[in-house]
Design a protein around this ligand. Structure first.
Ligand SMILES: NC(=O)c1ccc[n+]([C@@H]2O[C@H](COP(=O)([O-])OP(=O)(O)OC[C@H]3O[C@@H](n4cnc5c(N)ncnc54)[C@H](O)[C@@H]3O)[C@@H](O)[C@H]2O)c1
Length: 396
């Protein structure tokens, strides 16, 4: 029987609740796969609340820690699921990997490309797994989109996409959060929720060739940090043209500085028709719609059923383990299962970094005011925008 893995969750904040829920469901489905060994968050109440929840599905309450170093000294872990701030991912991950602990980090994989590479190197050096917690591509509708574009070719060969959203967001300073600090977040929504979209387009269409983008904060946005009004660093607008190596071209435009009428749509075109979705970060979803060249329309839900019917039982178990359809639950299962079976996780650190390199290409292009080669951003040859963040975190 495979070894029961000892798991810790690092960062017990917002998103981490989804991970805890996923592991609890795994525990209920395969109780011997792992045990919750420890919970870690500088805010002890958060870690304690997680430990108490975990204690309900096993016969002991996991230990609680407020820093990763102390946890690693005291625990003999197999796996750590890292859901901390972007700037902590590489620090937490490298500490774990150097102690022989396999890791999965939330998206975006590292705060910069250098940070991402440092995690991957530490994993290689220690012979351990580094996985990216990218949940979106694992859902039934996104897996169906992959099948449609790359295998069944229902709308022919992919040609282009237009992913666009315009909204107005008020200027009243909201409460401060680490995401609003450039050094902690590494950037705004281009690389936060945008990490999902960039992973999805790369999943669907492969690696990118060139990117040209403008990234702006069109309104002076501010935030209230402990009663003091300070700058909010996040962009509120970007327009990016993304050329793929396979010839697909797409535009991704998002703004919340557009007063008046707003809209949100995503159209993907193939040589034989289109897929219309609405979510510029997380789709395509089941409520999308296909339109073929002759005008025939088909709800995407029907295509999802067709795709699911093509899967053998083995494929279903691999892609939707324990019958899960929630991408977070699937990624948690995949992480544990990859460790147990000595295989690669579905979304490796390298895959997470390559999605991130699209986000960073957008920032780098905007920063230098010219088109950039994706490969140059991925290799680190172009890093003018990121160097301020790398320097801050001592990533040389
Ligand atoms: N997959 C998704 O759909 C999705 C959605 C939201 C957030 N996320 C990602 O999840 C991660 C966390 O985001 P969030 O929204 O949960 O943020 P959050 O602020 O709600 O939670 C972060 C937690 O990390 C803790 N923390 C801070 N410093 C730490 C350290 N040094 N070591 C350990 N823990 C530390 C904080 O106390 C907090 O509890 C980010 O990478 C974010 O992009 C993913």
């Amino acid at each position: 029987m495979a070894k029961k893995l000892k798991l810790a969750i690092i960062g017990c904040g917002g998103m981490s609740h989804g991970h805890l829920d996923g592991y609890i469901k795994i525990k209920q489905g395969e109780s011997n796969k792992f045990e919750f060994a420890a919970m870690c968050d500088p805010v002890v109440e958060r870690a304690q609340a997680f430990a108490n929840e975990a204690g309900k599905v096993q016969d002991f309450i996991p230990k609680v820690y407020t820093d990763v170093g102390t946890m690693l000294k005291n625990e003999d872990l197999d796996a750590a699921d890292i859901c901390s701030r972007h700037c902590d991912h590489h620090i937490n991950a490298i500490d774990c990997l150097n102690k022989g602990v396999n890791i999965m980090t939330e998206k975006p994989f590292g705060v910069t490309i250098k940070a991402s590479k440092a995690i991957i190197e530490a994993a290689k050096k220690n012979g351990k797994i580094c996985a990216t917690a990218e949940n979106i591509r694992r859902g039934p509708s996104q897996r169906t989109a992959y099948w449609m574009f790359n295998e069944s070719k229902l709308i022919g060969d992919p040609r282009m996409f237009f992913s666009q959203m315009a909204q107005w967001r008020g200027l009243e300073p909201g409460g401060w959060h680490w995401r609003l600090d450039l050094m902690m977040g590494g950037g705004g929504m281009v690389m936060d929720s945008g990490a999902h979209f960039c992973d999805t387009i790369r999943y669907l269409f492969g690696d990118v060739d060139t990117v040209y983008a403008r990234v702006e904060q069109l309104e002076q946005r501010k935030t209230n940090k402990n009663g003091k009004i300070i700058k909010d660093w996040q962009e509120d607008t970007w327009v990016a043209t993304i050329n793929f190596k396979n010839g697909v071209i797409g535009t991704w435009t998002v703004t919340w500085s557009a007063p008046g009428q707003g809209f949100s749509h995503v159209f993907y075109y193939g040589t034989e028709g289109s897929l219309q979705d609405h979510d510029v970060f997380h789709g395509p979803w089941g409520n999308a719609e296909l339109t073929l060249k002759d005008g025939t329309k088909k709800p995407f839900e029907e295509i999802i059923k067709e795709y699911m019917a093509t899967l053998s039982d083995d494929e279903k178990n691999r892609l939707f383990p324990l019958g899960f359809t929630n991408g977070v639950h699937i990624e948690c299962y995949d992480f544990l299962d990859a460790i147990q079976n000595g295989r690669e996780p579905e979304v490796t650190g390298e895959v997470g970094m390559r999605a991130k390199a699209i986000c960073e290409s957008i920032y780098e292009s905007a920063y230098c005011g010219q088109a950039v080669k994706y490969d140059d951003v991925l290799s680190g040859k172009i890093n003018a925008y990121q160097s301020q963040i790398d320097n801050f975190w001592g990533l040389w």
